[in-house]
Design a protein around this ligand. Structure first.
Ligand code: PMP
Length: 315
C-alpha cells in the first residue's frame, strides 16, 4: 500500500490519519450510507503549484446526491473548500493527489429513520495519485455481465458508497477474466458507463457519449471533455444512447473520469477498436485534458484553485 496521508479531516477538525476512525455501528459502516466525491489536485512543476480541479462543480454534485438521499450536509461550500485546502496543506502535498469529501449517516438504529433522527457527519480523505502509465497504452475492456444500477432502484447519479458494490462486482469479474475495466450496460441494454468512469466513442468524426439518463454518474470529466472537444477540436458532440454493438465498430473509444482521466480502450470483447491502439482524437483530448487540469491553458484556469498561492495570499 502506498504511504498514507498524515491527516484526515473528520467532523470539524484535522485528525492524525491513524485516529480517523468511527464506530462499527454507524450506518456509514453497516450500510454504506454516504455520498462522496473524488476530486483531483494536479501538481504543476513549472508553477510550483498544486491546483484543485473543478472543486466547486464536485461539491455541487455532492449536494445533488445528498439531496436525493435526503441528507443535509452540515457545512457550507466555503467551509468545505477551506477544510479541503486545510487538509491538503497539512499533508504538505506537492504532487498530484485525489481527495475525497464524504457526507455520512452516523449512529442510527433502524433503516427507516428520518434524516432528523440521525447525526450527519462529514470527513475528507486525501491520497497521492499520480497519473497512470496505462493512459499511454490503453486497456482491453469487455462488456460486464453485471448491469449498472438502475434509477428505479439505486440511482447511479448519486455517488454513494453503496453504489460501488455494483462497480466492484463488475471490476472483479473483469479482472478474473484477465481484462481491464469493463463497460456496464443499463437495464435497457444500452451502454451506461464503466464501474468508475464514463464512456465515450468516436464514430463518423463525432464524439458520442450516453446521456445522463442512461444510468450514469453525471461525470465532471465527461462535461470537461465535451467542452474541450467542441471548443478546441471543433467537433460535434452527441449525447445519445449507445448500443453495445456500436462499440465493436467505433473508430475510437475511451473511459473518462477524475481518477481514470482519459483512458483509451484498445479492444472490447476481443474486437480491436480502430487499429488496436489509442486513437488520434483520444490522444488529442488526453493532451488537452492533461494540460487544462495542470493550468497550462489560460482559458481553463477558472476551473482551478491554487492550493499554495491561495495560502500565501491569506497568510
Ligand atoms: N462513473 C462512475 C461510476 C464513477 O465512479 C466516476 C468517477 N467519479 C465517473 C463516472 C466519472 O466521474 P467524474 O468525471 O466526475 O470523476
Amino acid at each position: 500500500m502506498s504511504k498514507t496521508a498524515d491527516y484526515a479531516w473528520l467532523d470539524g477538525k484535522l485528525v492524525p490519519w491513524a485516529n480517523a476512525t468511527m464506530h462499527i455501528s454507524t450506518e456509514c459502516v453497516l450500510r454504506g450510507e454516504n455520498v462522496f466525491e473524488g476530486i483531483r489536485a494536479y501538481w504543476n512543476e513549472d508553477h510550483q503549484e498544486l491546483y484543485t480541479f473543478r472543486h466547486a462543480d464536485h461539491i455541487a454534485r455532492l449536494r445533488q446526491g445528498a439531496r436525493i438521499m435526503r441528507m443535509t450536509i452540515p457545512y457550507s461550500d466555503a467551509e468545505i473548500e477551506a477544510a479541503s485546502l486545510e487538509l491538503i496543506r497539512a499533508c504538505n502535498y506537492r504532487e498530484t493527489i485525489h481527495y475525497r469529501p464524504v457526507v455520512y449517516f452516523a449512529e442510527g438504529e433502524l433503516t427507516h429513520y428520518l434524516p432528523s433522527e440521525i447525526r450527519t457527519g462529514f470527513f475528507i480523505l486525501a491520497f497521492s495519485m499520480p497519473s497512470k502509465k496505462v493512459q499511454e497504452t490503453g486497456v482491453k475492456s469487455a462488456i460486464s455481465t453485471w448491469r449498472r444500477n438502475s434509477d428505479l432502484s439505486s440511482p447511479s447519479r448519486i455517488k454513494s458508497g453503496a453504489n460501488y458494490h455494483n462497480s466492484r462486482l463488475a471490476y472483479i469479474e473483469a479482472r478474473m477474466n484477465g481484462m481491464g475495466p469493463p463497460v456496464m450496460l443499463n437495464a435497457a441494454g444500452k451502454v451506461a458507463e464503466g464501474p468508475g468512469a464514463c464512456v465515450m466513442i468516436v464514430r463518423h468524426g463525432k464524439l458520442i457519449t450516453p446521456p445522463v439518463t442512461a444510468d450514469i454518474l453525471e461525470s465532471i470529466t465527461r462535461e470537461t471533455l465535451m467542452e474541450l472537444a467542441r471548443e478546441e477540436l471543433g467537433m460535434e458532440v452527441v449525447e445519445r444512447d449507445v448500443d453495445r454493438s456500436e462499440l465493436y465498430v467505433a473508430d475510437e473509444a475511451f473511459f473518462c473520469g477524475s481518477g481514470a482521466e482519459v483512458l483509451p480502450m484498445v479492444s472490447i470483447d476481443h474486437y480491436d477498436i480502430g487499429d488496436g491502439t489509442p486513437g488520434a482524437v483520444t490522444r488529442k483530448l488526453q493532451q488537452l485534458y492533461n494540460d487544462a487540469v495542470r493550468g497550462r491553458i489560460e482559458k481553463y484556469r477558472p476551473w482551478l484553485t491554487p492550493v499554495w498561492r491561495g495560502n500565501a495570499a491569506k497568510a
